[in-house]
Design a protein around this ligand. Sequence first.
Ligand SMILES: [Zn+2]
Ligand SMILES: [Zn+2]
Length: 131
Amino acid sequence: MNHYRYSKQREHILSYIKSVKTHPTANVIYDELRPKFPNLSMGTVYRNLQILSDQGEITKLDFGSTFDHYDGYTNEHSHFVCTSCQQVYDMPGNYPLIDQVQKVTAHQIEGCLIKYYGLCQDCLKKVKGDN
Ligand SMILES: [Zn+2]
Ligand SMILES: [Zn+2]
């Protein structure tokens, strides 16, 4: 594993990502930390996010959208992405599915990435007009 010089900014980026369930993008992280670190640049944010995901501290979620989201919860779980507001929600892991597939194939399955999508509860309420 690579060893990187300790960085106070990286420390704050990590603790911010771990403290929220919103799977923030680099832009959100930048806006959040800028008041504390006026010299912070987007380049620094991206570089530290890359280091943190290389170290396994966070997971980079690529949903094929314009911006990657970052997740501080690294246990196996799935995601639900709202097609209207783009919020990312945590979903339970895929253990039952992995067990099933492992039973019918000879493969040793180590993980499973599932992306659920649709309308989240809040957007659904707006569509139905009963908020
Ligand atoms: Zn939504
Ligand atoms: Zn997550």
